[in-house]
Design a binder for this molecule. Structure first.
Ligand code: 5GP
Ligand code: SF4
Ligand code: MG
Length: 451
């Protein structure tokens, strides 16, 4: 159903700043954790848009010459992309760029359109030709085909035809637009930088470029940035917030605020709740780096059991093993994580991770700790069992690959060779974050899909 997805991406937009493309570059750098497959920036100098995009990390795609001499102008939008293997064509990198009757347009998108194939087939039947497999390209066609005279109205037309998760930034020759779906699945924040403005998926991008956080772009809201004017806000849809809880569990960077709340604080609280729900006697708490660290600190503080970095992470793995075969995945975990044997030997250990997806990581880690002489290993997961795939912009595998969709708790515990296994309950997860439970999407844990 959903082969053409834009998973785990980041977007950034800079308006009215003389170093726009450089700020977009640094913003993307801060957001690199949201996607490592490809990166791109479009800049605008008032007359023309300029686009550079390629496979690779942000630091590999751009250099000073490109930023100074090609990506000129005081407006820029950028994107980092994560894609599943076999779907890493350069045509699928963003920004998506086109010339059309109103001029030039670039778009960046974080999220996933769930009616992409229907919309695409309809467009193809009416004669459209597609260059990529991206759902985002639908938007270009919808905008180009709209009968409205102004781009603003064409975007409004187009978003009424799409369904799903989208945090979008558009750049025309003179304006920038930001638009968020009515459920606000994916984050998007607004800030000030100098005399200009910035929008970004996470506020860690603001911190790096010295921008000041103003507020969230609201679900269903469109912001229009125009020279010498304050941003204009249009309520395109009534907001019905369904923020992705998984941003707090795993995805966003701990130093970011998303949906108006600090990620580290919430993640640590999940650890505190986990210690309350699932205590166990042990000598030390060991996080699976990096994702398990904040919740392990919370678990340690609540339980009084010492926190130790018993597993080290090698940060220099690079992209050698991107083939998602089972053997490669095992090897990758081995290369990436290693135990501090002298610390672990003869000890009862609580290992904390943010989530179990296929179970490969947990199984490998527990074997490694047992081989290093751990007496007992108790696995504690700071989120509920991941039982269902995400259709709203996060790359979870199909249901048949999700271990918690196919095995009981006891079976998973045996499979990963743990002495015990416990997950945070959905109620405790919701207690760990601010706001009404009904304002979050929890579908990958509950199967309660919103769309
Ligand atoms: P597993 O080995 O069970 O498939 O993966 C679990 C590990 O993957 C956990 O350490 C977790 O931090 C990480 N993880 C959780 N969700 C995702 C995701 O959507 N994508 C990737 N690449 N890793 C994830
Ligand atoms: Fe987030 Fe899970 Fe909902 Fe996807 S299904 S938007 S990962 S909470
Ligand atoms: Mg992890």
């Amino acid at each position: 159903m959903l082969e053409n997805v834009n998973e785990k991406c980041a977007v950034v937009g800079i308006f009215n700043h003389k170093d726009a493309s450089k700020l977009a570059y640094f913003g993307l750098h801060a957001l690199q954790h949201r996607g490592q497959e490809a990166a791109g920036i479009s800049s605008g100098d008032g007359k023309k848009l300029h686009t550079i995009k390629d496979r690779g990390l942000v630091s590999q795609v751009f250099n000073n010459d490109i930023l100074e001499n090609t990506l000129v102008g005081d407006m820029a939008i950028g994107h980092t992309r994560y894609s599943t293997a076999g779907d890493d064509s350069i045509l699928d990198a963003q920004p998506v760029h086109a010339n059309y009757d109103l001029g030039q347009l670039s778009i960046v998108h974080n999220g996933n359109l769930i009616n992409a194939n229907e919309v695409r087939n309809e467009l193809i039947q009416k004669g459209a030709i597609f260059q990529s497999s991206m759902d985002t390209e639908n938007l270009i066609h919808l905008i180009a085909k709209s009968n409205q005279r102004k781009l603003k109205d064409r975007i409004i037309d187009a978003v009424h035809k799409i369904k799903g998760a989208y945090s979008l930034v558009f750049l025309s020759r003179s304006k920038m637009f930001a638009m968020r779906d009515p459920n606000g699945f994916r984050p998007l924040s607004l800030g000030r930088v100098g005399e200009g403005y910035v929008v970004a998926s996470e506020t860690c991008a603001f911190d790096l470029i010295g921008a000041e956080y103003m507020r969230e772009v609201e679900p269903g809201e469109m912001l229009i940035f125009e020279k010498d004017k304050a941003p204009q806000s249009i309520k395109v849809f009534e907001a019905e917030p369904k923020h992705c809880i998984f941003e707090y569990v795993y995805f966003a960077r701990p130093d970011s605020n998303v949906f108006g709340q600090n990620v580290y604080k919430n993640r640590k609280q999940m650890g505190i709740e986990l210690a309350k729900e699932h205590p166990v006697e042990a000598d030390m708490i060991v996080p699976v780096p990096d994702g398990g660290i904040p919740s392990a600190i919370g678990y340690s503080q609540e339980s009084g059991i010492p926190f130790e970095m018993g597993i080290m992470r090698n940060h220099y793995i690079g992209r050698t093993f991107i083939e998602p075969t089972q053997e490669m995945r095992d090897l990758k975990v081995k290369m990436k994580l290693s135990p501090i044997t002298s610390l672990i030997k003869g000890k009862k250990i609580i290992v904390i991770d943010d989530s179990i997806v296929r179970g490969t990581t947990s199984r490998r880690i527990i074997r490694m700790l047992k081989e290093a002489g751990a007496e007992e290993v108790h696995m504690r997961i700071s989120s509920p069992p991941t039982t269902d795939p995400c259709f709203y912009g996060v790359d979870t595998p199909d249901k048949d690959k999700l271990i918690a969709a196919n095995m009981s708790n006891q079976e998973i515990c045996e499979y990963i060779e743990a002495d015990s296994l416990a997950y945070l309950s959905t109620d405790a997860l919701m207690r760990s974050v601010d706001g009404e439970a009904s304002s979050y999407c929890t579908a990958c844990f509950t199967g309660d899909y919103i769309l």
